[in-house]
Design a binder for this molecule. Structure first.
Ligand SMILES: [Zn+2]
Length: 226
């Protein structure tokens, strides 16, 4: 009978729908599996970023302390400094930090120098890739000035920041630490410069305090894409 077939089809459709919904919930970790949920306790993520390096002394000091604390950071290096200190770039890469482009000579993008700016980005990518063998995807434009069309032209992703303690102008460690610790919340990107001794000292205090508050330090890639 025709209506029996229709009812059977409806039941099959409903069962399929229920199965799809159940799989969806299971993937989100909302259903208990063998007595425990699939949701893992996640730390609050935050990213430390360091611009303008590498510095032959302070960056090495910073890498020592980050290693000791199990912290992964992101370094936006200039091509000029990277070619002067390739061994520091190599070490960043080996120790699991993310390396991004900060132009060759720390040039600021203006309407009059678009081509020069682009050339600096390409040159710096080549320098970093020549050292690490890895493609450079992330760029922090100096002074935050950017042209969106570079993203498609160069296949690069700009990374700005959400917490700026102005460490380059205040050498007062306590002041820099307080600014960052008081402002930081989950998924923030902290801007600092691995070119000053005070920044290195402040960075360690920031890590120690925020780790105690349950923060996990990750690269900007994890903040932007996880
Ligand atoms: Zn800079």
């Amino acid at each position: 009978m025709n209506w029996i077939k229709k009812i059977k089809s409806c039941i099959i459709l409903l069962l399929l729908l229920a199965a799809v919904l159940a799989i969806g919930y299971w993937k989100q970790g909302k259903l208990p599996v063998f007595g425990k949920t699939l949701e893992e306790p996640m730390g609050k993520k935050v990213a430390l970023t360091f611009d303008d390096g590498p510095h032959p002394y302070y960056t090495e000091q910073l890498l020592d302390g980050l290693k000791k604390r199990g912290v992964k950071a992101t370094f936006f290096v200039t091509g000029e400094h990277a070619s002067l200190h390739p061994e520091v770039i190599e070490r960043m890469n080996e120790e699991g930090h993310l390396i991004g482009n900060h132009t060759y000579s720390h040039i600021q993008l203006k309407s009059s120098n678009r081509e020069k700016f682009k050339e600096e980005l390409i040159k710096t990518n080549e320098i970093i890739e020549g050292i690490t063998g890895k493609e450079v995807v992330f760029v922090r434009p100096p002074y935050g000035t950017w042209d969106k069309s570079f993203e498609a032209e160069l296949n690069m992703i700009p990374v700005l920041w959400t917490v700026d303690p102005l460490d380059w102008c205040s050498k007062n460690v306590a002041c820099v630490v307080d600014k960052v610790v008081n402002k930081t919340k989950e998924n923030d990107i902290i801007l600092m410069h691995d070119y000053y001794e005070s920044t290195v000292t402040a960075a360690f205090e920031i890590v120690d305090q925020l780790q105690k508050e349950g923060y996990e330090f990750v690269t900007v890639e994890e903040i932007l894409f996880d």
